[in-house]
Design a binder for this molecule. Structure first.
Ligand code: G
Ligand code: G
Ligand code: MN
Ligand code: NA
Length: 260
């Protein structure tokens, strides 16, 4: 399989690197975190979307070395930004896929990455999807508790599109919900019924987050009017093309420097 071979090689040569999308406090516009998003830039100048290669990495198990390398790079970049810049309380958000989370070595891998990069555990947020939490719930719960006791924060990604049981959610050491971008984009839909529904869904997610004392981050904010609705509804943080797309590390360094 062609893509698998190319992927294996790209991991070895370090062609897949994290780009970084700022996450802003919606009221103050302060950058509170950045999300690491994998980008594959081949030597002949092509770029491949993670929507294509992450699923292949999952199927082949290559997500284990790839995920570990991306986590290490993201933690070491963030350790440097925190040392160099006044925004010393910045967080790094890293996506974790299902196969990675279920790997028995996962917690050890995270722990040693933090030790080796010098990033405090409290500066790392792992983004998990709801589907991860559905399987093998006892092992899953104890893993989450181990990460929580290290000080690592956990966010539920694409929230609202999966199947979280509300009672389960209240028992998990989760710190933040990320409102899926489909709800954010529907806030300005020309279909008025879809728009009203998405308002109610976002309102409900924020109410749930308040009840469970979780932070809410809205994803995929592209328009000023979406930003305004999310502020009015009380979302804490947001990210999206309205503010900036994911940026290479060097561009993010400049972005952060300009912000202060
Ligand atoms: O950045 P973009 O929208 O193209 O990402 C597409 C998908 O790939 C998203 O679902 C995103 O969560 C996923 N993705 C991007 N980077 C990573 C990564 O480093 N690890 C994992 N597991 N998924 C990622
Ligand atoms: O699944 P996850 O939420 O991790 O994926 C985030 C994806 O959304 C990334 O691929 C990122 O590049 C993309 N993204 C970030 N901001 C926007 C935006 O404003 N609009 C759209 N359509 N995608 C975005
Ligand atoms: Mn994410
Ligand atoms: Na998402």
């Amino acid at each position: 399989f062609e893509l698998e071979r190319a992927l294996r090689q790209a991991i070895q040569t370090g062609e897949i690197v994290p780009h970084y999308q700022p996450i802003l406090h919606l009221e103050t516009h302060e950058v509170v975190a950045v999300e690491a998003l994998a980008r594959w830039q081949t030597k002949d100048g092509c770029s491949l979307s993670p929507a294509r290669f992450i699923p292949v990495a999952e199927e082949t198990g290559l997500i284990l070395p790839l995920g570990a390398a991306l986590l290490r790079q993201a933690c070491s970049d963030m350790a440097r930004w925190r040392a160099e810049l006044p925004q010393s309380r910045l967080h790094i958000n890293v996506n974790v896929s299902e196969r990675q989370f279920h790997d028995p070595e996962f917690v050890r891998m995270v722990t040693s990455t933090l030790e080796q990069t010098g990033l405090p555990a409290t500066a790392l947020t792992l983004e998990l999807t709801e589907s991860i939490l559905l399987q093998d719930t006892d092992t899953c719960l104890s893993k989450l508790q181990e990460l929580d006791s290290l000080g690592v924060r956990l966010a539920l990604d694409d929230f609202g599109t999966g199947y979280s049981s509300l009672s389960y959610l209240s028992r998990l050491p989760v710190h933040a919900l990320k409102v899926d971008r489909s709800f954010v984009s529907a806030l300005t839909s020309t279909d008025l019924k879809a728009r009203a529904q998405s308002e109610e869904i976002v309102r409900a997610i924020i109410a749930l987050a308040r009840a469970l004392q979780l932070e809410v981050t809205a994803e995929g904010i592209e328009q000023q009017s979406q930003y305004q609705r999310l502020c009015a509804l009380g979302a804490d943080h947001g990210q999206g093309y309205l503010f900036t797309p994911p940026l290479p590390a060097t561009a993010l360094t400049r972005f952060l420097a300009q912000k202060t």
